[in-house]
Design a protein around this ligand. Structure first.
Ligand SMILES: C[S@@+](CC[C@H](N)C(=O)[O-])C[C@H]1O[C@@H](n2cnc3c(N)ncnc32)[C@H](O)[C@@H]1O
Length: 447
């Protein structure tokens, strides 16, 4: 690696292949863990990026009123942060669980609407609770009683019998097509399991669902009895935390679908609402190579939401080897290009996978560079540079997954692209503009 000339504070280094390195100051790491809007921590989601990281790019690379798009939005970090900063935040994900979280955040009901609905549910439970407790008892005797699908044993043993009955009731009462119900469902899965008293089951950490067999063995070995937790009290407390910050003034958009045509669908949806239809900024973190099973590691949450965790894992593109992954990214980026303004900028946070289930793999090395060469350049993008973000995700996930250590990434790379030459120049010129880290920002008002 040779050091190139510096321009202002922009240190550009050239790799052997002429790929410019961008030395970005990772100021987002200096911010508090929960920096950003109070809706961000609605529910834990594997491999999500911090809101502060998205702010560094939203602040530098977009203006209020611009469209900011994330075609792999996960729990909705980038579109929510964009909306909270007066941009039009648009998220897309193929995982219905991710879509639900994104939609709950970018099109949230007012606090009054959420509390009114939560109170109505509490009252309905007060009058119908006995029936649900009877059903819960019957299911505990014979899990097949619960409806067309038997309730998995691990779900039953995760909760106190009364909490389980409340969850059966809520699962039946919440209509995920209705925004306020979708929001309450997202808030409920956010408190479904975790180790502190605010969670409804203490069987598992809040970050992800432990493997069902491990849960069964652990529960049997420790004679686990879940403490009684009231779902309605838990939900009320969660709403108080979620509504600490005023809502963004304007709702964003959450799309459910494949990133391969997210650009086209986002433009159509924006046009349909009379909004500017081209994105000025894309901030996204595509799925990593063979790392995260979003369905399997969320099986308790997907049970509550009525989603099929196996079908989720079968549909998502997180199990690729390098060549099909690059083809996939080429299709995604080719579709995004016409959905962007000419001075648009794309920020891709890409995990550099070096181990998979404990074995070294070579597929993940230099993935960011390959994404540029094989996926972004052919789609007409211009490279501003690649920055390294030493996130230590490897250590973090190793700690979480214990025996399954190694399914993790070591260093994230941030690929910064211009949709055209104007975008590339803008990306370089604004890369080191000072960012205001005050939160909440001045001007964030209640709706
Ligand atoms: C690394 S995560 C993104 C996390 C996100 N940045 C956040 O903060 O929550 C990658 C996402 O890609 C989604 N995904 C995988 N394959 C997809 C596809 N073909 N189309 C759209 N989304 C996909 C997964 O569901 C997952 O949410």
């Amino acid at each position: 690696m040779t050091a190139g000339p510096t321009s202002g504070s922009t240190l550009q280094l050239e790799l052997g292949l002429g790929i410019p390195r961008l030395a970005l100051e990772p100021e987002w790491k200096a911010q508090p863990r929960l920096w950003g809007h109070s809706l961000h921590p609605m529910c834990s989601y594997l491999a999500s990026f911090p809101a502060a990281l998205t702010h560094a790019f939203i602040a530098r690379y977009s203006r209020p009123g611009d469209v900011v798009l994330d075609p792999f939005s996960g729990r909705g970090t980038a579109p929510l942060q964009a909306s909270a900063e007066g941009r039009i935040g648009v998220g897309n994900d193929l995982n219905p669980f991710a879509h639900l979280l994104t939609a709950a955040k970018v099109d949230a009901p007012t606090a009054a609407q959420a509390r009114t609905r939560a109170t109505a549910l509490r009252l309905a439970w007060a009058s119908a609770g006995n029936r649900w407790r009877d059903l819960a008892d019957a299911i505990r005797e014979s899990p097949a009683t619960g409806g067309p699908e038997p309730v998995p044993d691990e779900v039953i043993l995760a909760f106190h019998p009364r909490t389980f009955a409340q969850l059966l009731f809520l699962r039946d009462a919440l209509d995920l097509r209705v925004p306020v119900d979708r929001f309450l469902a997202a808030a409920t899965v956010g408190i479904l399991h975790g180790k502190s008293p605010s969670y409804l089951s203490t069987l598992m950490p809040n970050t992800f669902s432990m493997a069902p067999r491990y849960v069964r063995d652990f529960a049997a070995r420790t004679e686990f009895q879940s403490p009684q937790r009231d779902a309605f009290d838990g939900l009320d407390a969660k709403l108080t935390r979620l509504y600490r910050d005023p809502l963004p003034r304007a709702a964003g958009l959450a799309l459910l679908g494949d990133a391969r045509d997210a650009g086209t669908r986002a433009a159509q949806a924006l046009r349909g609402r009379g909004l500017p239809d081209r994105a000025r900024l894309v901030v996204t973190s595509p799925p990593y190579l063979r790392v995260v099973k979003y369905g399997y590691y969320n099986w308790l949450r997907t049970w509550f939401l009525g989603f099929d965790s196996r079908a989720i894992d079968a549909s998502l593109d997180d199990a690729h080897r390098r060549a099909p992954y690059l083809d996939f990214m080429k299709t995604v980026l080719a579709d995004l290009r016409p959905a962007m303004t000419d001075d648009g900028i794309v920020v891709l946070v890409i995990g550099d996978v070096t181990t998979d289930r404990g074995r070294d793999v070579t597929d993940g090395h230099d993935l960011a560079e390959r994404v540029w060469e094989a996926a972004a350049a052919p789609a007409g993008f211009r490279l501003a540079g690649i920055a390294a973000d030493d996130v230590h995700a490897h250590r973090k996930m190793t700690r979480l997954w214990g025996a399954e250590a190694g399914r993790a990434t070591q260093v994230d790379r941030i690929v910064i692209l211009g949709a055209g030459e104007a975008g590339r120049r803008r990306a370089l010129a604004a890369a080191h503009l000072p960012v205001d880290w005050t939160w909440p920002p001045r001007g964030l008002r209640s709706v």
